[in-house]
Design a protein around this ligand. Structure first.
Ligand code: COA
Length: 376
Protein backbone atom coordinates (compact mmCIF):
# COMPACT_ATOMS: atom_id res chain seq x y z
CA UNK A 1 0.00 0.00 0.00
CA UNK A 2 1.33 3.43 -0.91
CA UNK A 3 1.60 5.89 1.96
CA UNK A 4 0.37 9.43 1.24
CA UNK A 5 1.90 12.49 2.78
CA UNK A 6 -0.37 15.45 3.48
CA UNK A 7 1.26 18.87 4.03
CA UNK A 8 -0.12 21.15 6.76
CA UNK A 9 0.93 24.40 8.41
CA UNK A 10 1.92 23.55 11.98
CA UNK A 11 2.74 27.08 13.18
CA UNK A 12 3.96 30.53 12.21
CA UNK A 13 6.26 33.09 13.84
CA UNK A 14 6.93 36.82 13.61
CA UNK A 15 9.82 39.14 14.42
CA UNK A 16 8.97 42.87 14.56
CA UNK A 17 11.81 45.44 14.82
CA UNK A 18 11.42 47.67 17.88
CA UNK A 19 11.80 50.92 15.93
CA UNK A 20 8.92 52.34 13.95
CA UNK A 21 8.48 55.44 11.76
CA UNK A 22 5.12 57.24 11.65
CA UNK A 23 3.93 59.01 8.51
CA UNK A 24 4.39 62.34 10.32
CA UNK A 25 8.05 61.58 11.05
CA UNK A 26 8.63 60.21 7.54
CA UNK A 27 7.09 63.18 5.77
CA UNK A 28 8.85 65.74 8.01
CA UNK A 29 12.23 64.22 7.14
CA UNK A 30 11.40 63.86 3.43
CA UNK A 31 10.22 67.46 3.23
CA UNK A 32 13.38 68.67 5.01
CA UNK A 33 15.41 66.79 2.37
CA UNK A 34 13.33 68.40 -0.41
CA UNK A 35 13.82 71.90 1.05
CA UNK A 36 17.56 71.30 1.39
CA UNK A 37 17.78 70.05 -2.19
CA UNK A 38 15.78 72.98 -3.56
CA UNK A 39 17.82 75.52 -1.58
CA UNK A 40 21.18 74.03 -2.57
CA UNK A 41 20.15 73.95 -6.23
CA UNK A 42 18.20 77.21 -6.30
CA UNK A 43 20.24 78.75 -9.13
CA UNK A 44 20.18 75.59 -11.28
CA UNK A 45 16.44 75.20 -10.66
CA UNK A 46 15.93 78.84 -11.63
CA UNK A 47 17.95 78.24 -14.83
CA UNK A 48 15.88 75.14 -15.61
CA UNK A 49 18.87 72.78 -15.33
CA UNK A 50 17.66 70.94 -12.22
CA UNK A 51 14.12 69.99 -11.36
CA UNK A 52 12.66 71.30 -8.11
CA UNK A 53 11.43 68.53 -5.83
CA UNK A 54 7.93 68.52 -4.30
CA UNK A 55 6.84 67.86 -0.72
CA UNK A 56 5.29 64.55 0.30
CA UNK A 57 2.08 64.48 2.32
CA UNK A 58 0.69 62.34 5.14
CA UNK A 59 -2.84 62.67 3.73
CA UNK A 60 -1.75 61.38 0.31
CA UNK A 61 0.10 58.42 1.79
CA UNK A 62 -2.81 57.29 3.94
CA UNK A 63 -5.37 57.77 1.20
CA UNK A 64 -3.29 56.14 -1.57
CA UNK A 65 -1.98 53.18 0.43
CA UNK A 66 -3.57 52.77 3.88
CA UNK A 67 -0.07 52.84 5.42
CA UNK A 68 0.31 54.81 8.67
CA UNK A 69 3.66 53.55 9.99
CA UNK A 70 6.40 51.03 9.27
CA UNK A 71 8.98 49.21 11.40
CA UNK A 72 12.65 49.58 10.46
CA UNK A 73 15.98 48.12 11.51
CA UNK A 74 17.78 51.48 11.44
CA UNK A 75 15.57 54.50 12.05
CA UNK A 76 17.82 57.52 12.57
CA UNK A 77 19.80 57.35 9.28
CA UNK A 78 16.57 56.79 7.32
CA UNK A 79 15.12 59.98 8.76
CA UNK A 80 18.32 62.00 8.53
CA UNK A 81 17.93 64.24 5.43
CA UNK A 82 21.67 63.85 4.73
CA UNK A 83 21.61 60.05 4.53
CA UNK A 84 17.98 58.99 3.82
CA UNK A 85 18.86 55.30 3.92
CA UNK A 86 19.57 52.74 6.66
CA UNK A 87 23.11 52.30 7.97
CA UNK A 88 24.53 49.39 9.92
CA UNK A 89 27.88 48.06 10.91
CA UNK A 90 29.11 45.51 8.38
CA UNK A 91 29.41 42.15 10.12
CA UNK A 92 32.40 39.81 10.00
CA UNK A 93 32.16 36.29 8.61
CA UNK A 94 32.13 34.96 12.18
CA UNK A 95 29.07 36.98 13.17
CA UNK A 96 25.51 35.97 12.44
CA UNK A 97 24.31 38.00 9.43
CA UNK A 98 21.37 40.37 9.79
CA UNK A 99 18.85 38.42 7.77
CA UNK A 100 19.79 35.21 9.57
CA UNK A 101 19.49 36.96 12.93
CA UNK A 102 15.93 38.18 12.45
CA UNK A 103 14.88 35.07 10.52
CA UNK A 104 16.14 32.97 13.41
CA UNK A 105 13.97 34.84 15.92
CA UNK A 106 10.85 34.19 13.82
CA UNK A 107 11.92 30.58 13.23
CA UNK A 108 12.51 29.84 16.93
CA UNK A 109 9.12 31.32 17.82
CA UNK A 110 7.49 29.12 15.17
CA UNK A 111 9.16 25.95 16.45
CA UNK A 112 8.11 26.81 20.01
CA UNK A 113 4.50 27.36 18.97
CA UNK A 114 4.52 24.02 17.15
CA UNK A 115 6.18 22.25 20.09
CA UNK A 116 8.81 21.10 17.60
CA UNK A 117 12.45 20.44 18.35
CA UNK A 118 14.76 21.93 15.69
CA UNK A 119 16.50 18.57 15.38
CA UNK A 120 13.24 17.18 13.90
CA UNK A 121 13.23 19.71 11.04
CA UNK A 122 14.58 18.46 7.70
CA UNK A 123 14.95 21.64 5.66
CA UNK A 124 15.07 25.43 5.79
CA UNK A 125 14.03 27.66 2.90
CA UNK A 126 14.91 31.32 3.13
CA UNK A 127 12.25 32.88 0.90
CA UNK A 128 12.62 36.65 0.57
CA UNK A 129 12.78 39.44 -2.00
CA UNK A 130 16.45 40.32 -1.40
CA UNK A 131 19.37 38.32 -0.07
CA UNK A 132 22.20 39.82 1.94
CA UNK A 133 24.79 38.00 -0.18
CA UNK A 134 24.77 35.42 -2.96
CA UNK A 135 26.34 32.61 -0.89
CA UNK A 136 26.59 30.75 1.39
CA UNK A 137 22.80 30.75 1.44
CA UNK A 138 21.04 32.60 4.28
CA UNK A 139 18.98 29.43 4.73
CA UNK A 140 22.09 27.35 5.45
CA UNK A 141 23.25 29.87 8.04
CA UNK A 142 19.82 29.67 9.74
CA UNK A 143 19.90 25.87 9.46
CA UNK A 144 23.31 25.82 11.17
CA UNK A 145 22.22 28.22 13.91
CA UNK A 146 19.20 26.01 14.64
CA UNK A 147 21.30 22.82 14.62
CA UNK A 148 19.29 21.20 11.82
CA UNK A 149 20.78 18.16 10.10
CA UNK A 150 19.29 18.46 6.60
CA UNK A 151 19.43 21.02 3.84
CA UNK A 152 18.57 24.64 3.09
CA UNK A 153 18.53 27.04 0.18
CA UNK A 154 17.44 30.57 -0.68
CA UNK A 155 14.66 31.47 -3.06
CA UNK A 156 13.52 34.86 -4.31
CA UNK A 157 10.16 35.50 -5.93
CA UNK A 158 9.88 39.09 -4.63
CA UNK A 159 6.60 39.71 -2.76
CA UNK A 160 5.46 36.15 -3.47
CA UNK A 161 8.53 34.48 -1.99
CA UNK A 162 6.72 33.13 1.08
CA UNK A 163 3.82 31.50 -0.76
CA UNK A 164 6.22 30.04 -3.34
CA UNK A 165 8.22 28.77 -0.34
CA UNK A 166 5.10 27.19 1.18
CA UNK A 167 4.30 25.35 -2.06
CA UNK A 168 7.92 24.20 -2.38
CA UNK A 169 7.88 22.95 1.22
CA UNK A 170 4.48 21.30 0.69
CA UNK A 171 5.82 19.54 -2.41
CA UNK A 172 8.77 18.13 -0.42
CA UNK A 173 6.30 16.79 2.11
CA UNK A 174 3.94 15.42 -0.57
CA UNK A 175 6.86 13.64 -2.25
CA UNK A 176 8.10 12.19 1.03
CA UNK A 177 11.44 14.02 0.74
CA UNK A 178 10.91 15.90 4.02
CA UNK A 179 8.52 15.73 6.95
CA UNK A 180 9.18 19.17 8.44
CA UNK A 181 10.26 22.28 6.52
CA UNK A 182 10.78 25.82 7.81
CA UNK A 183 10.03 28.65 5.37
CA UNK A 184 11.72 31.78 6.72
CA UNK A 185 11.12 35.25 5.22
CA UNK A 186 13.39 37.96 6.64
CA UNK A 187 12.45 41.11 4.74
CA UNK A 188 14.81 44.05 5.32
CA UNK A 189 13.05 46.09 2.68
CA UNK A 190 14.43 49.39 4.02
CA UNK A 191 17.72 48.49 2.31
CA UNK A 192 16.21 48.49 -1.19
CA UNK A 193 13.69 51.30 -0.81
CA UNK A 194 14.60 54.67 -2.30
CA UNK A 195 13.74 56.89 0.68
CA UNK A 196 14.32 59.96 -1.55
CA UNK A 197 11.62 58.97 -4.04
CA UNK A 198 8.35 60.77 -3.30
CA UNK A 199 6.29 58.18 -5.21
CA UNK A 200 7.43 55.24 -3.12
CA UNK A 201 9.29 56.43 0.01
CA UNK A 202 6.35 55.48 2.24
CA UNK A 203 5.77 51.96 0.99
CA UNK A 204 8.03 49.48 2.78
CA UNK A 205 8.86 48.24 6.29
CA UNK A 206 11.16 45.61 7.86
CA UNK A 207 10.08 42.34 9.50
CA UNK A 208 10.70 38.58 9.53
CA UNK A 209 8.20 35.73 9.43
CA UNK A 210 8.45 31.95 9.48
CA UNK A 211 6.06 29.14 8.55
CA UNK A 212 6.48 25.49 9.53
CA UNK A 213 5.11 23.14 6.86
CA UNK A 214 4.89 19.53 8.01
CA UNK A 215 3.49 16.13 7.21
CA UNK A 216 0.07 15.81 8.91
CA UNK A 217 1.34 12.55 10.42
CA UNK A 218 3.74 14.43 12.74
CA UNK A 219 1.95 17.81 13.06
CA UNK A 220 0.64 19.10 16.39
CA UNK A 221 -3.11 18.59 17.02
CA UNK A 222 -3.80 22.26 16.23
CA UNK A 223 -2.74 22.96 12.66
CA UNK A 224 -3.96 24.16 9.27
CA UNK A 225 -4.58 21.68 6.48
CA UNK A 226 -3.20 22.93 3.17
CA UNK A 227 -6.08 22.30 0.76
CA UNK A 228 -4.24 23.58 -2.30
CA UNK A 229 -1.35 25.72 -3.44
CA UNK A 230 -1.21 27.53 -6.78
CA UNK A 231 1.55 29.72 -8.24
CA UNK A 232 1.59 32.05 -11.24
CA UNK A 233 4.18 34.32 -12.86
CA UNK A 234 3.81 36.78 -15.76
CA UNK A 235 6.83 38.89 -16.75
CA UNK A 236 6.52 42.63 -16.14
CA UNK A 237 8.94 45.54 -15.78
CA UNK A 238 6.42 47.53 -13.75
CA UNK A 239 8.11 46.60 -10.47
CA UNK A 240 11.85 46.29 -10.90
CA UNK A 241 15.18 46.48 -9.08
CA UNK A 242 18.38 46.36 -11.18
CA UNK A 243 20.81 45.85 -8.31
CA UNK A 244 23.05 42.89 -9.01
CA UNK A 245 26.56 41.55 -9.14
CA UNK A 246 27.02 42.34 -12.84
CA UNK A 247 26.63 46.09 -12.35
CA UNK A 248 29.18 46.32 -9.54
CA UNK A 249 31.82 47.23 -12.14
CA UNK A 250 30.02 50.45 -13.05
CA UNK A 251 30.47 52.64 -9.99
CA UNK A 252 28.86 55.63 -11.65
CA UNK A 253 25.66 53.59 -11.56
CA UNK A 254 26.15 52.08 -8.13
CA UNK A 255 24.01 54.68 -6.39
CA UNK A 256 21.59 54.92 -9.29
CA UNK A 257 17.90 54.95 -8.48
CA UNK A 258 17.31 51.93 -10.71
CA UNK A 259 19.44 49.82 -8.33
CA UNK A 260 16.66 50.29 -5.78
CA UNK A 261 12.94 49.50 -5.91
CA UNK A 262 11.13 51.27 -8.76
CA UNK A 263 7.56 50.80 -9.89
CA UNK A 264 4.75 52.04 -12.08
CA UNK A 265 2.28 51.90 -9.20
CA UNK A 266 -0.84 52.69 -11.22
CA UNK A 267 -0.09 49.98 -13.81
CA UNK A 268 0.68 47.46 -11.08
CA UNK A 269 -2.64 48.25 -9.44
CA UNK A 270 -4.62 47.89 -12.68
CA UNK A 271 -2.91 44.74 -13.95
CA UNK A 272 -2.46 42.76 -10.74
CA UNK A 273 -5.93 43.15 -9.18
CA UNK A 274 -7.87 41.30 -11.94
CA UNK A 275 -5.12 38.69 -12.36
CA UNK A 276 -5.10 37.78 -8.67
CA UNK A 277 -8.88 37.88 -8.19
CA UNK A 278 -9.35 35.53 -11.17
CA UNK A 279 -6.61 33.22 -9.95
CA UNK A 280 -8.35 32.86 -6.56
CA UNK A 281 -11.77 32.27 -8.15
CA UNK A 282 -10.34 29.64 -10.57
CA UNK A 283 -8.54 27.81 -7.79
CA UNK A 284 -11.67 27.81 -5.60
CA UNK A 285 -13.60 26.32 -8.51
CA UNK A 286 -11.01 23.56 -8.85
CA UNK A 287 -11.50 22.84 -5.17
CA UNK A 288 -15.28 22.81 -5.79
CA UNK A 289 -15.58 25.60 -3.27
CA UNK A 290 -17.73 28.71 -3.44
CA UNK A 291 -15.17 31.54 -2.89
CA UNK A 292 -17.86 33.68 -1.21
CA UNK A 293 -17.88 31.16 1.66
CA UNK A 294 -14.21 31.77 2.51
CA UNK A 295 -14.11 32.72 6.18
CA UNK A 296 -11.05 34.97 5.91
CA UNK A 297 -8.58 36.30 3.33
CA UNK A 298 -5.01 36.98 4.43
CA UNK A 299 -3.97 39.03 1.42
CA UNK A 300 -0.60 40.44 0.45
CA UNK A 301 -0.18 43.74 2.25
CA UNK A 302 0.84 46.29 -0.40
CA UNK A 303 -2.09 48.62 -0.77
CA UNK A 304 -5.45 48.88 0.99
CA UNK A 305 -7.25 49.75 -2.25
CA UNK A 306 -5.94 46.67 -4.07
CA UNK A 307 -7.02 44.44 -1.19
CA UNK A 308 -10.46 46.04 -1.07
CA UNK A 309 -11.01 45.31 -4.78
CA UNK A 310 -9.62 41.76 -4.71
CA UNK A 311 -11.64 40.85 -1.59
CA UNK A 312 -14.79 42.30 -3.14
CA UNK A 313 -14.39 40.27 -6.33
CA UNK A 314 -13.70 37.06 -4.38
CA UNK A 315 -16.30 37.41 -1.60
CA UNK A 316 -18.96 39.16 -3.71
CA UNK A 317 -19.30 42.02 -1.26
CA UNK A 318 -17.17 44.71 0.43
CA UNK A 319 -15.06 42.84 2.98
CA UNK A 320 -14.86 44.00 6.57
CA UNK A 321 -11.71 43.86 8.73
CA UNK A 322 -12.73 40.49 10.08
CA UNK A 323 -12.98 38.98 6.59
CA UNK A 324 -9.87 40.64 5.18
CA UNK A 325 -7.64 41.92 7.99
CA UNK A 326 -4.96 44.50 7.30
CA UNK A 327 -1.57 45.04 8.91
CA UNK A 328 -0.65 47.80 6.44
CA UNK A 329 -1.43 50.51 8.97
CA UNK A 330 1.36 49.51 11.36
CA UNK A 331 3.74 47.39 9.22
CA UNK A 332 3.49 49.00 5.77
CA UNK A 333 4.34 46.72 2.83
CA UNK A 334 6.70 44.04 4.12
CA UNK A 335 7.02 42.29 0.76
CA UNK A 336 6.65 38.50 1.01
CA UNK A 337 6.06 38.59 4.77
CA UNK A 338 2.84 40.66 4.55
CA UNK A 339 0.22 37.93 4.08
CA UNK A 340 2.03 35.76 6.64
CA UNK A 341 1.92 38.56 9.26
CA UNK A 342 -1.79 39.00 8.54
CA UNK A 343 -2.29 35.23 9.01
CA UNK A 344 -0.08 35.04 12.10
CA UNK A 345 -1.86 37.89 13.88
CA UNK A 346 -5.39 37.07 12.75
CA UNK A 347 -5.97 33.33 12.77
CA UNK A 348 -6.15 32.15 16.41
CA UNK A 349 -9.81 33.19 16.68
CA UNK A 350 -10.99 30.97 13.80
CA UNK A 351 -12.73 27.64 14.60
CA UNK A 352 -11.98 24.12 13.46
CA UNK A 353 -13.36 23.65 9.93
CA UNK A 354 -13.01 27.32 8.96
CA UNK A 355 -11.45 27.79 5.52
CA UNK A 356 -9.31 30.75 4.54
CA UNK A 357 -6.83 31.91 1.94
CA UNK A 358 -3.26 33.17 2.18
CA UNK A 359 -2.49 35.08 -1.02
CA UNK A 360 0.53 37.01 -2.26
CA UNK A 361 1.27 39.09 -5.35
CA UNK A 362 4.03 41.38 -6.51
CA UNK A 363 7.08 41.81 -8.71
CA UNK A 364 7.63 39.36 -11.51
CA UNK A 365 4.62 39.61 -11.68
CA UNK A 366 4.23 36.75 -9.26
CA UNK A 367 1.22 35.50 -7.34
CA UNK A 368 0.58 32.59 -5.01
CA UNK A 369 -2.52 31.18 -3.30
CA UNK A 370 -2.57 28.81 -0.32
CA UNK A 371 -6.05 27.60 0.70
CA UNK A 372 -6.03 26.42 4.32
CA UNK A 373 -8.55 24.84 6.73
CA UNK A 374 -8.22 24.99 10.49
CA UNK A 375 -8.03 21.68 12.32
CA UNK A 376 -8.89 21.48 16.05
N1 COA B 1 2.83 62.87 -1.47
C1 COA B 1 1.93 63.66 -2.11
N2 COA B 1 1.55 63.44 -3.38
C2 COA B 1 2.11 62.43 -4.05
C3 COA B 1 3.07 61.57 -3.44
C4 COA B 1 3.42 61.82 -2.11
N3 COA B 1 4.30 61.07 -1.44
N4 COA B 1 3.44 60.64 -4.35
C5 COA B 1 2.76 60.90 -5.48
N5 COA B 1 1.95 61.98 -5.30
C6 COA B 1 1.07 62.60 -6.28
C7 COA B 1 1.58 62.45 -7.69
O1 COA B 1 2.48 63.49 -7.98
C8 COA B 1 0.31 62.54 -8.50
O2 COA B 1 -0.04 63.88 -8.68
P1 COA B 1 -0.68 64.39 -10.05
O3 COA B 1 -1.97 63.63 -10.19
O4 COA B 1 -0.85 65.85 -9.80
O5 COA B 1 0.31 64.05 -11.11
C9 COA B 1 -0.75 61.93 -7.59
O6 COA B 1 -0.20 61.95 -6.27
C10 COA B 1 -1.12 60.51 -7.95
O7 COA B 1 0.07 59.72 -8.09
P2 COA B 1 0.01 58.19 -8.38
O8 COA B 1 1.39 57.62 -8.40
O9 COA B 1 -0.82 57.95 -9.59
O10 COA B 1 -0.73 57.68 -7.06
P3 COA B 1 -1.62 56.43 -6.82
O11 COA B 1 -2.95 56.90 -6.36
O12 COA B 1 -1.57 55.44 -7.95
O13 COA B 1 -0.91 55.73 -5.57
C11 COA B 1 0.61 53.93 -5.06
C12 COA B 1 0.44 55.33 -5.64
C13 COA B 1 2.05 53.48 -5.27
C14 COA B 1 0.27 53.96 -3.57
C15 COA B 1 -0.36 52.96 -5.77
O14 COA B 1 -0.30 53.10 -7.15
C16 COA B 1 -0.11 51.53 -5.41
O15 COA B 1 -0.06 51.12 -4.28
N6 COA B 1 -0.03 50.67 -6.44
C17 COA B 1 0.14 49.26 -6.20
C18 COA B 1 1.55 48.87 -6.36
C19 COA B 1 2.15 48.24 -5.16
O16 COA B 1 1.59 48.11 -4.14
N7 COA B 1 3.39 47.86 -5.33
C20 COA B 1 4.18 47.36 -4.25
C21 COA B 1 5.01 46.25 -4.68
S1 COA B 1 4.15 44.76 -4.48
Amino acid sequence: MQLTHRPVISATGLFTPSESISNDELVASFNAYVDQHNERNAAAIEAGDVEALSHSSVEFIEKASGIKARHVMSKEPVLNPDTMSPRWQERTNDELSMMAEIGLIAAKQTLKRAGRDASDVDAVLCAASNMERPYPAMAIEIQQALGIDGFGFDMNVACSSATFGIQTAADYVRAGNAKSVLVVSPEITSGHLNWRDRDSHFIFGDVATAVLVEDAAIAPAQHWDILSTKLKTVFSNNIRNNFGFLNRAAPENAEGADKLFVQEGRKVFKEVVPMVAQMIIDEAEKLQMDPTTLRRLWLHQANAGMNRLIAQRVLGHEANDDESPTVLDTYGNTSSAGSIIAFHLNSDDLSGGDTGLICSFGAGYSAGTVFVRKVA
